[in-house]
Design a binder for this molecule. Structure first.
Ligand code: AMP
Length: 478
């Protein structure tokens, strides 16, 4: 078996690697490091979890070891699609370059521009940046790119998703054609192929297989929940999720949801029920996201509830459990999600909650992974799903001919609740619908759930959520 010592790395780098506890390179590291050390371009087709960050960081450190940085002229740039990913690359430099006199700077949104500029003025060897922020500083003449010897593009497929390809193309053109390029992408969409053909010079193509399609060390389970509409299926899923988690011994786990609103609701619901959980998604403040991630990495937070975009590329080692609150729209994302567990040969478990609405996406997942998850047999008490929840909501019903698309909106405006201050619907849903029985409060005028009149579905303005009117009223009466 190949060891790190076989790859042509210096004693300083090997010492830093040994201190991280790794002794065996991953497939992408084994193949990419010797090539990158020679100065050739690399086209790495690998996804997160394969160890690709070290695959480009280690040879960069070696190749930059000789030479000095100059003010505003980085010798290398690493382009990452998200701030979190850029942050992780910087952490990799911190780990692996500790015995080298190299310096690096992060150029990401949400961090003080003045600090970043003052670092650049002093001279940095490696600039780790998101494309927009880099171009922004370039346009203000705070950074020059004509001294770049190595350019890394990390997660190019994510860049494509986020519309960064024109920025990447511009940055390529601003760097000298003599540079070495290390380019990584999980997939090779036509647009990505075009970029690599235009800007890479005879790259050595290195492809590593998807971890999830081969990972036998991940046990996959599926649990089908009752419910015939989006609202009660979501509630049934929250009940099932709690029941499943309660049966497990969890060191740390990630709960994935398709939608940001669900990320918030599920995280709140879990917290209300006494689980140590917090949300992470793109709408949350950057500082808060970093803080949440940090406490998850340290083990202070047990359950991270995340959206796919927020979680993609996050360096979270050794996750024991993955929970799929729903089936992602892209089967690829399922592979990414469950690839969060069972890393580096460890064992892991992935749970999937399935409702009728998920079936179509589930078929796509089965086609891709060619592996049917085991059906989880677990007695779950769904009695909290009241009769009202099983009625078909107006959200799921197609409007009849002549009926307005959103009749409920008008009803909201006319009803007394329309004048109410904005209500946090997430907490309405969690605190009333989903809270433990002991903490439920009912106003004197409110009837018990089983004797309620048919529920009027209303859409709270700006929230996009359909909340039964009685829920809004009961909150306002508190
Ligand atoms: P990446 O694909 O770069 O996001 O890395 C995925 C995870 O694997 C990170 O948590 C790394 O710290 C870890 N890792 C990287 N290289 C190795 C290795 N050779 N052995 C074990 N774990 C590794």
């Amino acid at each position: 078996m190949t060891k790190f010592t076989d790859l042509g790395l210096s004693p300083e780098v090997l010492k830093a690697i040994a201190e991280t506890g790794y002794d065996t390179p991953t497939a992408i590291q084994e193949q990419a490091i010797p090539v990158a050390l020679t100065g050739l371009d690399v086209l790495g087709i690998a996804q997160t979890g394969t160890g690709k960050t070290a695959a480009f960081t280690l040879p960069m450190i070696e190749r930059l070891a000789a030479g000095r940085s100059r003010a505003r002229m980085p010798r290398a740039i690493v382009l990452a699609p998200t701030r979190e990913l850029a942050d992780q690359v910087s952490e990799a430099f911190e780990k692996y370059a500790k015995y080298h006199k190299l310096n690096w700077a992060l150029l990401i949104g949400g961090v003080s521009m003045a600090d970043q500029v003052s670092k650049l003025d002093k001279g940095v060897d490696v600039l780790i940046a998101t494309p927009g922020r880099l171009l922004d500083l370039f346009e203000r003449s705070k950074v020059m790119l004509n001294g770049v010897q190595i350019m890394v593009v990390d997660e190019a497929d994510r860049m494509l998703d986020m519309g960064f390809i024109p920025d990447i193309e511009r940055i390529f053109k601003l760097t000298p054609p003599t540079r070495q390029t290390l380019f990584f992408s999980a997939t090779m969409a036509p647009e990505i192929t075009r970029i690599t053909q235009a800007f890479l010079k005879n790259p050595v193509r290195i492809e590593v297989s998807r971890p999830a399609t081969t990972a036998e060390n991940i046990r996959q389970f599926v649990y089908r929940v009752p419910g015939n509409n989006a609202l009660n299926a979501a509630k049934a899923k929250r009940i099932a999720l709690r029941a499943i988690i309660s049966t497990l011994e969890i060191k740390n786990g990630i709960v994935f949801c398709n939608r940001k609103t669900d990320v918030d609701i599920v995280a709140k619901s879990l917290s209300v029920h006494g689980f140590n959980a917090a949300p992470i998604h793109g709408d949350l403040d950057q500082a808060l996201r970093m803080k949440t991630l940090d406490s998850f990495r340290k083990g202070d937070l047990t359950l991270l509830v995340a959206s796919d975009v927020a979680a993609r590329g996050l360096d979270i080692p050794d996750v024991g459990h993955v929970f799929n609150f729903d089936v992602p729209h892209h089967a690829d994302d399922y592979v990414h999600r469950i690839g969060r567990t069972g890393r580096a040969g460890r064992s892991g478990e992935a749970y999937l909650l399935l409702s009728g609405a998920d079936e179509k996406n589930y078929d796509k997942v089965l086609k891709l992974t060619k592996k049917e998850p085991e059906t989880l047999s677990l007695e779950v008490d769904f009695s909290a799903l009241s009769e009202d929840d099983t009625r078909q909501s107006s959200r799921d019903r197609k409007p009849r001919r002549g009926e307005k698309e959103k009749p409920a909106k008008a009803a909201l405006k006319a009803a007394p609740v329309a004048e109410s201050p904005p209500v946090d619907n997430d907490s309405v849903l969690v605190s009333i619908e989903d809270a433990p029985k002991r903490s439920r409060r009912r106003s004197k005028t409110e009837k018990p759930a089983d004797t309620l009149e048919p529920v009027t579905q209303v859409e709270a303005e700006n929230y996009g959520w359909h909340v039964p009117a009685f829920l809004l009223r009961s909150v306002n009466q508190k």
